[in-house]
Design a protein around this ligand. Structure first.
Ligand SMILES: NC(=O)c1ccc[n+]([C@@H]2O[C@H](COP(=O)([O-])OP(=O)(O)OC[C@H]3O[C@@H](n4cnc5c(N)ncnc54)[C@H](O)[C@@H]3O)[C@@H](O)[C@H]2O)c1
Length: 271
């Protein structure tokens, strides 16, 4: 019954968590996240997973995994002192996602405090991490196995996972999520669920944080839509997308027309 202690970022958490879930049919797990992204998101909620090669090649993001709740999550923001600024910004992408789905005032909070956060102001970090963790815990407690509302946490991620599969781009998960949020908002605007002003607010915030809102170089649309089919949320090969309905509210939809999804890809730089 020796516990597995996952000391590291989201990748260590997902991999060590999966090992804990499967080795000898399960060992106790303790998460000690050391990146902002892992503190506000990856260490919470019990999802573990590893990537696997897709049929025909390509990255199958989190294709193999298990739900395995940690016994404890120990978060000390002081360890962020050695984290590179690029990874710190990546953590903020998941905070923006959290704000869009469940906490509109968090957008303004983030916008007002970007420099304090990047300067690692401890009380701001504690405040931010606690706020995001509370939201994720509430969503997971209501729907641990993702039969409904928990899927909202995947906002931007169906796009992001297809972007991460383009490994030549060299993007981090948080950067892919940021571009994915831009694409999901484009779907929201095109289906009249989100207005352009709200989309503009979020886009300006992502840019202020220093996150990308478009692909760093053109990627063929077919490569992205192909990778999207392998998303675990896809039903019968059709993407199930989380669409923002304004700020602080989002919905799970499997009726987004293909031309809207394609237009969203083009809006972030697909060709
Ligand atoms: N399980 C979940 O619910 C969940 C949720 C969100 C994201 N994720 C996964 O998390 C991963 C991304 O996590 P991440 O952004 O933490 O990336 P990461 O784990 O790759 O860490 C980023 C980099 O920072 C380094 N690092 C970690 N802590 C450090 C510290 N304190 N000081 C200096 N360097 C440090 C790591 O070695 C790595 O090079 C993705 O694979 C994503 O799919 C999982």
């Amino acid at each position: 019954d020796s516990p597995v202690v996952a000391l590291g970022g989201g990748i260590i958490g997902d991999t060590a968590g999966f090992a804990a879930a499967t080795f000898q049919r399960g060992l106790p797990l303790v998460h000690v996240p050391t990146t902002l992204l892992a503190m506000v998101d990856a260490s919470i909620g019990g999802k573990t997973g590893v990537n696997f090669t897709l049929p025909g090649g390509g990255l199958g993001k989190n294709l193999i995994g298990a739900f395995w709740q940690p016994r404890a999550v120990l978060i000390d923001p002081m360890v962020l002192g050695t984290l590179g600024e690029r990874d710190l910004r990546c953590g903020l992408a998941e905070c923006v996602k959290t704000a869009i789905i469940a906490d509109a005032p968090l957008l303004e909070y983030l916008s007002d405090r970007v420099s304090e956060i990047l300067a690692l102001d401890t009380s701001t970090l504690v405040d931010l991490i606690e706020r995001c963790v509370r939201i994720k815990v509430a969503i997971v407690c209501a729907d641990e196995r993702e039969t409904g509302r928990r899927a909202l946490l995947n906002l931007g991620h169906t796009f992001a996972h297809a972007i991460e599969a383009q490994q030549h781009l060299g993007l981090r998960h948080g950067e892919a999520v940021s571009i994915g949020l831009a694409a999901a908002m484009e779907c929201g605007v095109r289906t009249d669920r989100m207005n352009d002003a709200d989309r503009g607010r979020v886009t300006r915030l992502l840019e202020k944080i220093g996150l990308p809102v478009a692909l760093p170089q053109p990627v063929p649309l077919g490569d992205l839509t192909h990778a999207m089919q392998f998303d675990k949320k896809a039903v019968g090969g059709k993407a199930r997308l989380i669409i923002p309905e304004g700020l602080g509210v989002a919905s799970i939809r499997d009726d987004v027309p293909e031309e809207v999804v394609n237009a969203a890809w083009v809006s972030v730089g697909a060709v």
